[in-house]
Write a new protein. Structure first.
Length: 106
């Protein structure tokens, strides 16, 4: 009989890095939990994560669902400001380059 042996906390690799889950994966798990077709334990087994993680991601999604419909004006203002700063820096560097080209006679 082939039985898989469980790892006990003393057998875990202490230096193992934490898993990093993508936002898409978290959303997929949270949506499955919100649907309610399976228990958190079943979803945990299906997605190979702890059931508490399923609960946490579900709560995060429910708490932040209003941000889906928020106005992104502030974000676009920040992006425009960064773009303007970069364009100004490019213009400055081009002027310096032209000046040095003329001075050095190349």
């Amino acid at each position: 009989m082939n039985i898989e042996r469980r790892k006990f906390p003393t057998e875990f690799n202490v230096h193992e890095e934490r898993r990093a889950y993508s936002a898409e994966f978290k959303a997929q798990v949270a949506l499955a939990a919100i649907r309610g077709e399976k228990s958190h334990a079943e979803l945990g087994m299906e997605f190979a994560i702890h059931p508490n993680q399923v609960s946490l991601w579900k709560q995060q999604m429910l708490n932040n669902v209003n941000k889906v419909f928020d106005d992104d004006r502030e974000y676009y203002e920040i992006v425009a400001h960064i773009a303007n700063n970069r364009h100004a820096k490019i213009g400055q560097l081009m002027a310096e380059n032209d000046f040095l080209t003329r001075v050095l006679g190349r």
